[in-house]
Design a protein around this ligand. Structure first.
Ligand SMILES: Nc1ncnc2c1ncn2[C@@H]1O[C@H](COP(=O)(O)OP(=O)(O)O)[C@@H](O)[C@H]1O
Ligand SMILES: N[C@@H](CCOP(=O)(O)O)C(=O)O
Length: 358
């Protein structure tokens, strides 16, 4: 038993930024913070008994998140990482407090943050010393699109791809999620379910793009949840060459244009348009086409571009000024569809951190 106490902090993310579906992500200044410590033993008898982790939780999602460590996403991921290293259970007497600023199911990467938090937690509890590349492999076994988890782990404006794997590794990387994160039986013991499917090496690759310091992200957050799974379910499996080229042209320009100072709204507004996911998701997000077409750099000076954040329903407006005016005009459009919103001006921040508490 160790009395070590540490804090893991993971940022929110906005994926896609218009044309970069499943490719680009941006880490933003809302955080999920896990404080990890150990409950002191009250007697020597108690010190011999194994005690499961105790989770407490505050902030976004507090009324829906499971506090059972075998059901909570973060601790399930941590246990997966431990089991892959022949460690069959959490340390005894573990105490976790989660304070979460990232709203659930809004397209701000709450699940990606929970997964990265879990991977880092497993790495710390097992003192595994995993590299960034390997941490990402574990995250990609759970969250299978790289955009959110990569940006949450390394921070900034990031592009990523999944490496082409040989047949054996491809099969290993695509085992059903239920095998990676099994439903633990209530009587799970330390011999249960060892030998989990391990990630192949080097599944994800990424690069960080430049980001102009003058750009802020306005997150306009509708007051309803949309699960990423549901918003992926409405997408087609095939696209026309015209639509693919439309997105590729814009993404190629966007990744450099957002790093230029001063940023050029004439270039960026058009480069944040998309034909791969947003047109299909409008059925789930009333008002989306109106918001992305009526709020422009001409009507709203300071605006650079506007798109769906991740799988939605949050709208991401990138701007250098005039934040309130932009957000309030988006509010007026959503009001016509009986949708209430909250909005926040966010900064682009660094990636996840682990710090010791003294
Ligand atoms: N901090 C957290 N701890 C545990 N589970 C979480 C946490 N954050 C998110 N989740 C899980 O992820 C779900 C949301 O994931 P998802 O539908 O992908 O939306 P999002 O766009 O917010 O990532 C939540 O309903 C919850 O089950
Ligand atoms: N590329 C994914 C991103 C999902 O992000 P989230 O924040 O909504 O989980 C998608 O568009 O489905």
């Amino acid at each position: 038993m160790t009395s070590r106490s540490f804090t893991i902090q993971v940022p929110a993310t906005s994926a896609n930024i218009g044309p970069g579906f499943d490719v680009v992500g941006l880490s933003l200044s809302l955080h999920c913070t896990l404080t990890v410590s150990h409950r002191p033993y009250s007697s020597s008898k108690e010190s011999d008994e194994y005690v499961h982790p105790m989770i407490t939780y505050s902030g976004e999602g507090a009324n829906e998140v499971p506090l059972d460590p075998f059901k909570n996403l973060t601790t399930r991921v941590a246990l997966y990482v431990l089991r892959c290293h022949d460690i069959s259970r959490f340390p005894s007497h573990l105490v976790l407090h989660v304070d979460n600023e990232i709203p659930f199911g809004r397209g701000l990467g709450s699940s990606g943050a929970a997964v990265i938090g879990g991977v880092l937690l497993g790495n710390e509890l097992g003192r595994l010393g995993l590299s960034t590349e390997r941490l990402l492999d574990f995250a990609l076994m759970v969250e299978r699109h790289p955009d959110n988890v990569t940006a949450a782990l390394v921070g900034g404006f990031v592009g990523s791809y999944l490496k082409e794997l040989d047949e054996v590794d491809e099969a290993a990387a695509n085992v059903p999620l239920s095998e990676v994160l099994p439903e633990y039986p209530p009587d799970a013991n330390e011999n249960w379910g060892l030998n989990p499917p391990k990630p192949p090496q080097g599944i994800g690759h990424y690069v960080r793009f430049g980001w102009s310091e003058s750009i802020r992200a306005i997150a306009i957050i509708p007051r309803f949840e949309l699960s990423t799974a549901k918003a992926r379910g409405v997408l087609p499996t095939q696209y026309s060459r015209k639509d693919l080229v439309f997105n590729l042209q814009r993404l190629a320009v966007l990744t450099t244009a957002l790093g230029q100072s001063p940023p050029d709204p004439g270039l960026i507004y058009e480069a944040m348009k998309d034909r791969i996911h947003q047109p299909y998701r409008k059925t789930l997000i009333p008002g989306l086409p109106e918001v992305t077409s009526l709020i422009t750099p001409l009507t709203h000076p300071g605006l650079l571009g506007i798109c769906l954040s991740g799988a939605g329903p949050t709208i991401l407006a990138l701007a250098t000024e005039n934040y309130e005016n932009i957000a309030e005009d988006v509010r007026k459009i959503f009001q016509k569809f009986d949708i209430l919103i909250d909005w926040k001006v966010l900064e682009v921040v660094g990636g996840s951190s682990v710090t010791e508490n003294h």
